[in-house]
Design a protein around this ligand. Structure first.
Ligand code: PLP
Length: 684
């Protein structure tokens, strides 16, 4: 398997070796409870005290409180609870407090959710007010100036986790000094630790939460700084630990590890400084530009942490880049939260006013201040390899048959039928959101589009065809019915009828009227100008199941414009015996070797896209696998069905795509279909 190159440091980071050693020592040698008065307890308490002293120095905490929490989310709750309790008391005492809870529009959800939650629970009845950011992702200080006099609390992060954009903390402080002297101020410093200078006691900041796991300490440890004199209400009460400020026996392993990270920060040689990191970012950016011409970066480098690059590639969805990178062992994340069905554009990038394609296609690449030159070199080499793979491998197919590519978006399926030799493609039922991507893909592969066709006479379909034609630089309106070209040949069909037909390499695509303005298209090998029934391999049938004489066979695939019976394609013959609720059998990663021993004839089928397979060495159990990208499954389905007794084991990166492929084949009637649960990610 390809070794990991972990470029998702803003999500979490590996534990520093000295931090790991400190945590182990805290669990083995100094396992005492720091509240115990005996020597074992005192040895643990020493770790607690030392770490707090270090934290004070590193944060510049002065006389402020420094307490250990479970992470930033807890620190944020504590800060919000403290501020809201104080606001409620002051208001009850007749003091004028603001009515707004102002938070930056690009804050981590922990902040806006905590504000809403505690405001509701405490019945404070304040109004949540997002503070907009400008196109660079920085807070609009002009708006803050207007809101500040009415603000009871203001929350503005130090640096953004998605874009790395660094806030103008001095500018915000000045606005608050002049216009919002009564508002409590929280600055989420999670992404600042180790990357930005901190001198908290010399600022107006009231609360500053930190999280250990973002800087090489383990998950489950955080720090909360509270300015001397800022109100404080414990979130957790009980045994009185942390001087009664945060009860619960301390996470000593986490605190010890945090101490080691703080020691490394103080000592100053472990982590790279700003200039070195900025030089590394330049190299990564150059590799990205080489790999993806047309790439845009979603935040200006001069205003962002040098360790975060957020980018989008025209006509590539973030999932495409993520899958490709992951296959190459490059671990990055989408700049947006994705659900399986639909990628929700990032609210952070949307708040910056970026066009939807840039937020929906955003990829975040983040490295840590522990990175060295060799690591960055390796990352750049792999990024370049990914770009090459993407260009080379999109639309390959075996000679003799046209390739058939499925393109799906929001439950709609489109189909590209193409022949590389002939340099031609025909697009059927293109989903509107993919028009730009389809056009770019075909252009990139030098394929001329002979027709953009529809199967149904609906407005949406006509609109989508128009979008694609426009993206291809053609006249947007349908040349003939459902996009059929003005001039075409004719084919003699198996039933003796004649149909308009287009030639694609050695294949024919014939148009058959399906009634009510709809059409379907038969694809098969041409025999001169004839397309006999037994030559038909596929029918693009929109949302219908045609009853065409002679082609209702098991080896003729019906490709639909939306799922039918839960899958994008089916066979033209009746599917007796295949129950809809049948799920393909699941193979656990640790059961695979044994399964393959028991079924030596089993066929491993890699359903990752071609670029992923090209960059990602490795198949499960080191066995040869047949590459059938999920987007090309329809093209290969007949071949897979031709061996009904041979077990098929589908695999992919995570197990999602292989589960879908397995379901398709199972619905097509293959009785021996398996999917590798958890995918290659668990096969290490
Ligand atoms: N704030 C920011 C800016 C973050 O990046 C994160 C982590 O994703 C959090 C808060 C939450 O931190 P934790 O995981 O320690 O609760």
């Amino acid at each position: 398997m390809t070794p990991d190159i972990y470029l998702d440091a803003n999500a979490t980071s590996p534990v520093l070796p000295s931090a790991l050693a400190a945590a182990v020592e805290a669990m083995e040698g100094r396992y005492g409870n720091p509240s115990s008065s005996h020597a074992t307890g005192l040895r643990a308490k020493w770790i607690l005290d030392e770490t707090r002293l270090r934290a004070r120095r590193v944060l510049g905490a002065g006389p402020g409180r420094v307490l250990f929490t479970s992470g930033a989310t807890e620190g944020i709750q504590t800060a919000v609870l403290s501020a809201l309790c104080a606001i409620r008391e002051r208001r009850a005492a007749g003091e004028a407090v603001g009515e707004l809870l102002v938070y930056g529009a690009t804050e981590h959800k922990a902040v806006s959710e905590a504000l809403a939650h505690w405001n509701r629970l405490l019945g404070t009845g304040l109004t949540l007010q997002a503070l907009p950011v400008d196109g660079d992702g920085r807070h609009r200080l002009d708006v803050l100036r207007e809101l500040a006099p009415r603000a009871a609390m203001v929350c503005t992060m130090a640096a953004n986790n998605e874009t790395g954009v660094i806030s103008d903390i001095d500018g915000i402080a000045q606005v608050l000094r002049e216009h919002g002297p009564r508002a409590y101020w929280m600055v989420d410093c999670v992404q600042a630790l180790g990357k930005l200078p901190l001198d908290l006691a010399n600022t107006r900041i009231d609360y500053a939460p930190f999280s250990g796991h973002k800087l090489h300490a383990p998950k489950g440890i955080g720090i909360l700084y509270v300015r001397d004199g800022a109100p404080y209400t414990p979130l957790m009460i009980g045994g009185g630990q942390e001087s009664g400020q945060r009860s619960g026996t301390e996470n000593m392993a986490g605190i010890a590890a945090m101490g080691a990270v703080l020691a490394a920060l103080e000592e100053g040689t472990t982590f790279r400084g700003h200039a070195e990191l900025a030089a590394m970012r330049e190299r990564v950016a150059a590799a990205l530009r080489d790999a993806f011409p047309g790439i845009v970066f979603n935040a200006p480098f001069d205003l962002a942490l040098p360790t975060t690059l957020n980018f989008a590639v025209p006509d590539l969805a973030s999932k495409d880049v993520l899958d490709l990178f992951d296959a190459a062992g490059l671990r990055v994340s989408a700049g947006s939260a994705c659900s399986a069905a639909k990628a929700a554009p990032s609210y952070v990038l949307a708040a910056m006013g970026l066009p939807e394609w840039r937020s929906a296609g955003a990829v975040r690449l983040s490295f840590g201040p522990l990175s060295d030159d060799a690591f960055i070199d390796a990352a750049c080499a792999r990024i370049r390899r990914c770009g090459g793979a993407l260009r080379r491998h999109v639309l390959d197919h075996a000679d003799g048959h046209p390739g058939v590519l499925q393109l799906s978006s929001e439950g709609r399926h489109g189909w590209i039928v193409f022949d590389r030799r002939a340099g031609q493609a025909i697009v059927i039922d293109p989903p509107a959101p993919l028009a730009g991507r389809i056009a770019a893909q075909l252009r990139g592969q030098d394929l001329r589009v002979a027709a953009v066709l529809g199967t149904g006479a609906d407005q949406d379909g006509a609109h989508a065809r128009g979008l694609l034609r426009a993206a291809l630089g053609q006249d947007a309106s349908d040349p003939g019915p459902l996009g059929w070209p003005r001039s075409s040949g004719e084919a003699l069909l198996g039933d003796g009828g004649r149909a308009p037909a287009l030639t694609l390499g050695t294949a024919l695509l014939a148009r058959v009227d399906a009634g009510e303005g709809a059409a379907l298209y038969l694809l098969g090998a041409a025999a001169g100008a004839q397309l006999p029934a037994d030559a038909v391999r596929m029918v693009f049938a929109g949302s219908g199941v045609p009853a065409l004489h002679g082609i209702a066979r098991k080896d003729v695939l019906l490709c639909h414009a939306a799922d039918m019976a839960g899958v994008p394609f089916g066979v033209a013959s009746a599917q007796e015996g295949v129950r809809r609720d049948d799920a393909a059998a699941q193979l656990a990663p640790d059961a695979l070797e044994d399964f393959l021993r028991r079924h030596p004839d089993a066929l491993l089928v890699d359903v990752r896209e071609a670029g992923e397979t090209a960059v990602g060495a490795g198949t499960p159990a080191g066995r040869a696998a047949l590459a059938v990208p999920l987007s090309r499954l329809a093209e290969h389905a007949a071949g897979l069905l031709a061996q009904p007794a041979r077990p098929l084991v589908f695999f992919c990166r995570s197990g999602n795509r292989s589960a879908r492929a397995a379901l398709c084949l199972q619905r097509l009637g293959h009785a021996q279909v398996f999917t590798l649960v958890g995918g290659l990610a668990l096969m290490r």
